[in-house]
Design a protein around this ligand. Structure first.
Ligand code: NIG
Length: 419
């Protein structure tokens, strides 16, 4: 067993779950330590405390008075694609509105990519995310939309999980009805819930559906989610991005781990999500994971997507005030949010969604971890995976105070320094 002592930490955001206090939507007493140190043993946090009381270790690093956060947990991305949609973006900035149809452009480009090229693209995007402080990353299929192409995407992603480069994979065959099924949406739902699900399920932990006008209606979405649950997958929903699609009620009713976007919410939607916050989680078979089918439906807001589509910002403040559990994610994809910068999302959540810095950091770490039903990431309590985001600043508030500045100094994943 090897140990590393990290000292010179001006602010250590452990966000230790053992110190949680439901009265705080940001951080509770003791979850941020000043003048702290941390010891890593075999890739896990073994000790945290005052620098003056730090034990010795095999190796040591002095951070020179920098703030340390848990690495970002990005619980929503679509990294498996080829091509970009810069022209669509430019047209949107000139006044056109976003519609689900653009997904078919990326589907065409992705189907044409060789395995090697696609894998290199995905690995490049993961590396970009890591350089921005992300250490736990979910990604989705959904730009293949045939049995063979969805399987190819799922296999590619699950191989990256096995290699320790990615963390979670979601099956999103129900992203859009592909052109070859135009006018035959029910047949496509049959394919997704039948042959496609059975070949993809062994490679993924989650199933998702784009429940929105132009994609899948609530009845079709329910069908997809129920089939996924029968196959043992956890549920995720894209909902209320373009309008009140019914995805929020569906996610809450079916016990989805997360409903993402949530831009258009009526008071009843906010209440429905808040009501799920009391649902207890349950242990999973793996000690680092919770059961996928118990616990709150996390409201995952996607600030970069809201800006890139000029959508009304998701009401994160209102959701937190109502008692809902909120996560922040990047939604990195070529159509609506071509960035994996979680720091940008956190900054936006503070400056424009009116979250405190503590609330935004928590949503981008612990919130994401809960949305993925993970206990080993999103915090730096003893036993956590040693995923460290070292800032080039003495205090985390600089993330919002110095928007857009390159504040990521070092990134560690499972006790290994990656940048
Ligand atoms: O989460 N909304 C659905 N899926 C993606 C966008 C996909 C695309 O337009 O290519 C999203 O925003």
């Amino acid at each position: 067993m090897t140990s590393t002592l990290i000292s010179g930490i001006s602010e250590l955001w452990t966000l230790d779950p053992a110190l949680d206090d439901p009265a705080h939507s940001g951080v509770a007493d003791g979850q941020v330590r000043r003048d702290a140190a941390l010891v890593i043993e075999d890739g896990r946090v073994a000790w945290t405390g005052p620098a003056a009381e730090a034990p010795s270790a095999d190796t040591a690093e002095d951070l020179g008075g920098r703030a340390v956060l848990p690495g970002w947990v990005d619980s929503h991305s679509h990294l498996i694609f080829d091509g970009d949609r810069a022209a669509e973006f430019e047209a949107r900035m000139a006044g056109q509105s976003y519609s689900a149809g653009g997904i078919s452009v990326t589907t065409g480009a992705t189907r044409s990519a060789t395995d090697e090229h696609l894998r290199a693209l995905v690995r490049g995007r993961i590396a970009e995310a890591v350089r921005g402080g992300t250490t736990c990353l979910e990604t989705k299929t959904g730009y293949g939309l045939t049995v063979a192409e969805e399987l190819r995407a799922a296999e590619l992603a699950s191989a990256l999980v096995a290699a320790g480069e990615l963390d979670e994979v979601t099956f999103l065959g129900a992203h859009l009805v592909p052109r070859e099924y135009e006018g035959r949406a029910e047949d496509y739902v049959d394919l997704v819930t039948g042959e496609m699900l059975s070949v993809v399920a062994p490679h993924v932990r989650w199933i998702d559906v784009f429940c929105e006008e132009g994609a899948f209606d609530p009845a079709q979405s329910a069908c997809v989610l129920r089939a996924g649950a029968v196959a043992g997958l956890g549920l995720r929903v894209h909902g209320h991005q373009l309008g009140r699609s019914g995805g929020v009620a569906l996610a809450a009713e079916l016990g989805a781990a997360s409903v993402d976007h949530v831009n258009h919410l009526a008071p009843a939607d906010v209440e429905a999500l808040a009501a799920t916050a009391a649902r207890p989680t349950a242990p999973g078979t793996d000690p680092d994971r919770l059961a996928v089918d118990a616990g709150p439906t996390v409201a995952t807001v996607l600030p970069a997507c809201d800006l890139s589509t000029r959508a009304p910002l998701a009401p994160a403040r209102e959701l937190l005030d109502a008692g809902a559990t909120v996560a922040i994610a990047s939604n990195c994809n070529p159509g609506t949010s071509y960035t994996s910068s979680m720091s940008f999302c956190v900054t936006t959540a503070v400056l424009q969604m009116h979250l405190s810095l503590a609330e935004a950091v928590r949503a981008a770490t612990r919130g994401g971890a809960l949305a993925l039903r993970r206990t080993d990431v999103g915090h730096l309590g003893v036993g956590a995976r040693a995923d460290l985001h070292v800032l080039d600043a003495s205090a985390a508030i600089h993330l919002a105070y110095r928007p857009g500045m390159p504040l990521t100094h070092e990134v560690w994943r499972a006790g290994v320094r990656l940048t």
